[in-house]
Design a protein around this ligand. Structure first.
Ligand code: BGC
Length: 464
């Protein structure tokens, strides 16, 4: 009897991990598509003889698609459910990857990148939401950080495959190889259970109970969680209506927007998209060195994400976030200063790279994963789809702004000032975090919702 209980608990745990791992595979594709373009672009530019402006379009068409995808997936995941939304995302990934690899001209490539963007938008919206609804509160933070880990692994894999294919300039292979994980995701998603919270919100309590029984370690735990969900469903408004009539919900939406703006304006993506260029600025003229330097950036990004996974549910979201912003401000601020006094010696060059890597560590251990964690935790159930749609769309719009302004900022303001501005923003984010961001570790989503709706200060909505 005892061993039976033990086996079923162990298999429940294994089931939870399988489910979370699969949803996180969506993150891998997100990362692959962010990372792949950096290395492919120069070869595409030569093949199709594109202008600078067209190159910008090739890059930003994906972020445009992602913003649209994120908006659409709010509606879709409410109507069809999280599982079917992930399936739609996976199908779009497959179509977009094949299409971009066989594109005959620039318009086809841009159209294919918009489709990929739609997929990334759906994935970046649905996967963290699904994860936060599937994982129990003890491991919720780590599970969503696992999703971020998969994004960083995707970026790294794309950098490595770009570097390997760059010998022959085979950009079609760089883009096409992403079809393989896309098919894997599609196959895996078929086996995922529906989200218990979504089932309950539809009134399907029996199925919600069945899924929870398969995922939680004890049936009491499953029952307690279903009761909590039932309780929070008593608030009978949803999404847009809630936003119009409920000030407390508007505060949560505002916090989600702010968190995503903070994440993007740390400046992380200027490095993700332009790492080879930054290596060049720091004095590394050789292309091979720039490509491998970029791989190193990707690797550090992956490794430092483990720090977040370890800290998020133990140390908490808020102190980790504050430390991360501080580390980023120092890294990018000192890098700016070095560019100001100009880099002459080889040792100064390497010191500059170390500062760049320190910045990456700061992001990966904090804002990278934690913003996704917090955005999925702070919204009340009835408005969760709407709230996360707004914050995820903000992520992509801010991402587009940062990506599209970096080169002009370098040109108009100069390198040092550009980096100093990002350092100053990171300092500002420390202040905003202290004033506005709640600590949400070890507290159930229903508790957070209750505090929010009682009108507690945003920074206090995670208190027991
Ligand atoms: C961000 C992306 C970023 C990635 C880097 C994600 O959390 O949303 O914009 O490129 O982290 O690891």
């Amino acid at each position: 009897m005892l061993s039976n209980t033990y086996t079923s608990r162990t298999s429940n745990k294994a089931m939870t991990f399988f489910v979370c791992f699969l949803a996180a595979l969506a993150g891998l594709l997100f990362g692959l598509d962010i990372g792949v373009i950096a290395g492919a672009l120069p070869f595409i530019a030569t093949d199709f003889q594109v202008t600078l402006n067209q190159q910008e379009w090739i890059v930003s068409s994906m972020m445009f698609g992602a913003a649209i995808g994120a908006i659409g997936s709010g509606w879709m995941s409410l109507r069809l459910g999280r599982k079917k939304s992930l399936m739609v995302g996976a199908i779009l990934f497959v179509i977009g990857s094949v299409w971009s690899a066989i594109a005959l001209n620039i318009s086809m490539l841009i159209a294919a990148r918009i489709v990929l963007g739609l997929a990334v938008g759906v994935a970046s919206y649905t996967a963290p939401l699904y994860l936060s609804e599937i994982a129990s509160e003890k491991i919720r933070g780590s599970m969503i950080s696992l999703y971020q880990l998969m994004i960083t692994i995707g970026i790294l894999m794309a950098y490595i495959s770009d570097t390997i294919f760059s010998n022959t300039g085979a950009w079609r292979y760089m883009l096409g190889i992403i079809t393989i994980p896309a098919i894997l995701l599609l196959a895996g998603v078929l086996f995922l259970p529906n989200s218990p919270r979504w089932l309950a919100a539809k009134g399907d309590f029996r199925d919600a109970q069945r899924v929870l029984d398969r995922l939680r370690d004890t049936s009491e735990h499953a029952k307690r969680e279903l009761d909590e969900i039932r309780e929070s469903l008593k608030v009978k408004q949803s999404g847009w209506q809630l936003f119009q009539h409920n000030r407390n919900f508007r505060r949560a939406v505002f916090l989600g927007i702010l968190l995503q703006i903070m994440q993007q304006f740390t400046g992380m993506n200027i490095i993700m998209y332009y790492a080879p260029k930054i290596f060049e600025i720091a004095g590394f003229a050789n292309t091979t060195k720039q490509m491998w330097g970029t791989v190193l950036v990707g690797l550090v990004n992956v490794l430092a994400t483990f720090i977040a996974i370890g800290l998020v549910d133990r140390w908490g979201r808020k102190p980790t976030l504050i430390l991360g912003f501080l580390v980023m401000a120092c890294g990018i601020g000192i890098l700016g200063t070095m560019l100001h006094i100009t880099i002459h010696s080889v040792s100064a060059q390497y010191f500059a790279i170390i500062m760049l890597l320190i910045f990456i560590v700061g992001f990966a251990m904090s804002a990278g994963p934690l913003v996704w964690v917090l955005c999925s935790e702070i919204q009340p159930l009835k408005g969760r789809d709407f709230g996360i749609t707004v914050s995820t769309t903000t992520n992509w719009i801010a991402n587009m702004i940062v990506g599209a302004t970096f080169l002009s900022m370098l040109d108009i303001l100069g390198k040092a000032v550009t980096f100093w501005i990002y350092a100053a923003l990171n300092i500002l984010f420390i202040v905003l975090t202290i004033i506005l961001v709640p600590e949400t570790k070890n507290i159930s989503l229903e508790h957070i919702e209750c505090n929010l709706m009682l009108g507690k200060k945003l920074r206090d909505i995670g208190q027991k």
